[in-house]
Write a new protein. Sequence first.
Length: 190
Amino acid sequence: MPALRRHLNKYEKTFVVLHTMGSHFNYRQRYPAGFGPFPDSGNDREAYFNSVAYTDHLLNQVIELLTTDERRAVLLYVSDHGETVPQGVCNAGSANRYSRDAYEIPALVWLSQSYAQQQPDIARQLAANQQQYFQASAAPQTLLDLMRGDNQAELLQDTQSFARSQQGTPDWAKSFERIVERRPCAIFSY
């Protein structure tokens, strides 16, 4: 956070990419000792939730910094993948990427008050899209739309943006739902 603060103090206009450690295994290496809802975690499941809480904590710190800074700003966070949590719904003995949890990933778009006021159409569309299906590959176009303040420019076929409307549920999402309905804990095999 100190490096980000120094960078923001130095540059009025900037594009910053922060790569978080996230919640990859070994979870205990993804957050400070004693942190989280399970500070004395003794198992992978609890350690996983501590790592998620730490990522949330870091994102909150960035948002607080951008809010205090009062600049026109956006934050986009997208995870690269999810995980089947050990001893979770699928009763997995260890982390894996076979369940719905591994494919449904978190995404967050935060807009500063000044950005939202200057781009009310984008702010409205983002709010309207909260329950829509998107792929992580929507992140680059979303960034472009947010930086340009334009969510009306023509897109290449099959390109998504969190800041644009969609017509119905995409075919890939319908297929995903059918697969998960049949085998929620083993949606693919080798």
